[in-house]
Design a protein around this ligand. Structure first.
Ligand SMILES: CC(C)(COP(=O)(O)OP(=O)(O)OC[C@H]1O[C@@H](n2cnc3c(N)ncnc32)[C@H](O)[C@@H]1OP(=O)(O)O)[C@@H](O)C(=O)NCCC(=O)NCCS
Length: 183
C-alpha cells in the first residue's frame, strides 16, 4: 500500500526541491522551457511564448490539491533551475517513472544526481514505492549517467520504441531501482 504524500519541500546540500508557484513560469520559461537544447531528447517541444509556460504552471499548481502529484521545481540559491517529477505511476505495482530536466547553464555540476537521489529516498522511504524507473534516448547518454550514479540498473534497450519529435525512431534505454537495492 502506498502512502501518498504529494510534493513536500525536500533539501539537498545545494538544492531546495519545492512545489511550483504561479509566478515560476517566468523563470521556468527563461531557464529551460524555451531552450531547444533542453527539449532535444524529451517528448515536449520548446515553448514558443511565456504564455504557454504560464498555463502549464498554473495547471501544475492546481494539481497539488491531489496527494498523488509528485512534481518539484528545483531551486538553487533562490533561482528556479529545473524540474523533477513522477511522470507515470501504477498503484497496484507500487511503481513509478521519473522524468527531469535542468537549465543548460547548470549542466555537469552533479545537480541532477543530487536531486534524483533525494527524490528516490523520499519515494521509497516515505511513500513506499517498491520500484522506480527512468528511461532515456540512447543518444542522450548524460541522462543515463545520472541514473547509473543514483544506483539504478540498466534493464535493457527497447529498439525503435518511440518516435522522436523529428519523426525518427528512438532506441530507449530503461533503468530501474528497487527499494531493496537501497537497504
Ligand atoms: C540530463 C540532465 C538532466 C543531466 O543533468 P546534470 O545536472 O547535468 O547531470 P549531472 O551533472 O548530475 O550528471 C551528469 C553526468 O553525465 C556525464 N555526462 C555529461 N555529458 C555526457 C555525455 N555526452 N556522455 C556521457 N556522459 C555525459 C557527466 O560527466 C556526469 O557524470 P559524472 O558525474 O560521472 O561526471 C541535463 O543534461 C538535462 O536537463 N538535459 C536536458 C533534458 C533531458 O535530457 N532530460 C532527461 C530526459 S531522459
Amino acid at each position: 500500500m502506498l502512502n501518498h504524500s504529494g510534493s513536500p519541500d525536500l533539501y539537498t546540500r545545494r538544492l531546495h526541491l519545492r512545489r511550483y508557484r504561479p509566478e515560476d513560469y517566468i523563470m521556468m520559461y527563461r531557464n529551460w522551457a524555451s531552450d531547444p537544447e533542453v527539449a532535444k531528447y524529451v517528448n515536449w517541444g520548446p515553448h514558443n511564448s511565456p504564455a504557454v509556460t504560464k498555463e502549464l504552471v498554473s495547471m501544475w499548481v492546481e494539481g497539488y490539491e491531489s496527494s498523488t502529484v509528485y512534481r518539484w521545481g528545483i531551486e538553487m540559491a533562490g533561482e528556479l533551475i529545473g524540474d523533477i517529477s513522477i511522470v507515470k505511476w501504477r498503484e497496484e505495482a507500487e511503481s513509478c517513472e521519473i522524468g527531469y530536466c535542468l537549465c543548460r547553464r547548470f549542466w555537469n555540476q552533479g545537480l541532477m544526481i543530487e536531486a534524483l537521489n533525494r527524490v528516490i529516498t523520499y519515494l521509497f522511504e516515505t511513500v513506499g514505492f517498491h520500484r522506480i524507473s527512468l528511461c532515456h534516448d540512447v543518444e542522450n547518454p548524460a541522462s543515463g549517467r545520472v541514473m547509473q550514479k543514483c544506483g539504478l540498473r540498466k534493464e535493457g534497450v527497447f529498439r525503435g520504441a518511440q518516435r522522436r519529435k523529428d519523426g525518427s525512431w528512438m532506441d530507449v534505454a530503461y533503468y530501474a531501482i528497487l527499494a531493496e537495492d537501497r537497504r
